[in-house]
Design a protein around this ligand. Structure first.
Ligand code: NAP
Length: 452
């Protein structure tokens, strides 16, 4: 018998569990630990609330989660409630699938001013992550600046631009819906330090901006490379460029640029402006953010190099969507440069592995994690050899330790009680209203604890 501990119940964790079941069938027991009482990681708190079709992948994880040989162990902080060495002592293999929940920092003056956020916090806020439920972003100014040219920047721009009705059918949490409904933001500037050919936005996500009820995406045609240069791009990037070019030509807008006027979208009063070749240099303000100082850049061998020309964008909120880092765990070697665990193809040290963003950094789609999970299971299989297990205790050993320490862990069937409560509490047309406080989640999972 093999005993496998997976730390993290997001896509990388569940794909690894699925691979373990496929590889070892009835000869494996998998425990999936999570610091949260609820499973599915980024599916729940990262994927945008209006992207329900992407979130539906969680149903696939449920099939794995409900296998007799897989257990969810929620509300356990590995590295705090139980150490990595203790886990390694109990399980034949420990796989870290902890993702990359921390923001990379801009490293700019003014970055810590009130109403400046990283995307982990801001996305967590509108997605009901308990850690960020009390963020209270202020939308009383008319301009928001988003830093970064990836899909997260697009998510944030879209969420800021949508009307209340456009959240119909989403699971955006009530506190975010109410705050966004009262928002005065009418200008959203997306800063890219490089150019249109360097964006990491995917076409489907970019195309969504053209379909918003009250927002108009705009690109300055002077920033676009000559059309002929698009031919060298891959098919996805060519589509992405097609969208950016249409935003410049006003295909989604009423192009009155010919008369020297501004491109405006009739009836759409929120502008989403792409500002390319624009690197933030300072966040301005005294008691709170008042603007961003930006330097024009040009590309030199693919890198953004400052031109010395600077300008200021007055803004009341800044959201940096510039990528993420894996959280450290005591005693696990860390790759500072990459912001992830130090590893060689997923191997960290004997008996300790990593997958997904914790292995390769925050890139790729949810589906990228599936081959990752299967690859790590093959490596574990090779390392364990023909003997399979090493006689470790696995789950009974963990349960004994949990009882000794009073670790109040949450099982999958107990998460289902939280799930039921959230679904029952959904506003009309929404799939659920998420519980955003950990103690309320625990109260649903363990009602008897409250009663006693
Ligand atoms: P990303 O695609 O790596 O984009 C990060 C952006 O931040 C880049 O444009 C980068 O510019 C910029 N940047 C980094 N440091 C900067 C700095 N100091 N100053 C200014 N700009 C800076 O990351 P992401 O948007 O966080 O997305 C993470 C992953 O999740 C991606 O794989 C993404 O596709 C995926 N995702 C997918 C979806 C979806 O499919 N619907 C939704 C959300 C996220 P440079 O290129 O110049 O470094």
């Amino acid at each position: 018998m093999r005993h496998i501990a997976i730390v993290g119940s997001g896509p990388a964790g569940y794909y690894t569990a699925e691979a373990a079941l496929k590889q070892w069938k009835d000869d494996v027991r998998v425990d999936i630990f999570d610091s949260s009482p609820v499973p599915f990681g980024l599916i729940r708190t990262g994927v945008a609330p209006d992207h329900q079709s992407i979130k539906s992948v969680a149903r696939r994880y449920e099939t794995t989660a409900l296998s007799d040989n897989v257990h969810f162990v929620g509300n356990v902080m590995v590295g705090q409630d139980i150490s990595i060495d203790e886990l390694r002592g109990l399980y034949d293999a420990v796989v870290l699938a902890t993702g990359a929940p921390n923001d990379r920092r801009l490293g700019l003056p003014g970055e810590d001013l009130p109403n400046v956020y990283g995307s982990a916090g801001f996305v967590g806020w509108y997605n009901g992550h308990p850690q960020f439920a009390e963020l209270h972003p202020d939308f009383s100014h008319d301009t928001a600046v988003i830093v970064g040219n990836g899909n997260v920047a697009l998510d944030v721009a879209r969420i800021l631009a949508k009307s209340g009705e456009e959240f119909q059918g989403s699971d955006i949490v009530a506190h975010a819906l109410a705050a966004l409904d009262a928002s005065r933001i009418r200008r959203i500037v997306i800063l890219g330090r490089r150019g249109p050919h360097q964006v990491t936005m995917t076409p489907k996500e970019l195309g969504e901006l053209a379909k918003l009820a009250r927002a108009c995406p705009r690109v300055d045609s002077a920033d676009l490379p000559p059309l002929a240069q698009d031919a060298a791009l891959d098919a996805g990037m060519r589509k992405t460029m097609g969208h950016l070019r249409s935003f410049a030509m006003g295909e989604t807008a009423n192009d009155n640029a010919a008369e020297g006027g501004e491109i405006v979208c009739p009836g759409r009063d929120i502008a989403i402006e792409f500002d390319f070749f624009a690197a933030p240099r300072a966040i301005l303000g005294t008691d709170r953010v008042e603007g961003v100082e930006v330097e024009r850049t040009r590309l030199v061998e693919g890198k953004a190099v400052g031109t010395g020309e600077t300008y200021r964008i007055p803004a009341g909120i800044v959201i940096a969507c510039i990528g993420y880092q894996t959280s450290r765990i005591p005693d696990v070697p860390y790759d500072e440069q990459g912001g992830r665990f130090a590893n060689v193809e997923g191997r960290i040290m004997p008996g300790l592995y990593c997958v997904g963003w914790a292995r390769r950094g925050p890139t790729g789609t949810i589906g990228t994690n599936r081959p990752d999970g299967f690859a790590i299971v093959e490596k574990i299989d090779a390392d364990l050899g023909a003997a399979g297990g090493t006689g470790k205790r696995g789950r009974p050993g963990f349960e004994a330790l949990a009882a000794e320490r009073g670790i109040d862990f949450v099982k999958f069937t107990e998460w289902q009680k939280i799930d039921e409560a959230e679904v029952a509490n959904a506003r009309q047309g929404a799939p659920r209203e998420k519980i955003v406080e950990v103690d309320r989640m625990i109260a649903k999972a363990h009602p008897s604890v409250l009663e006693s």
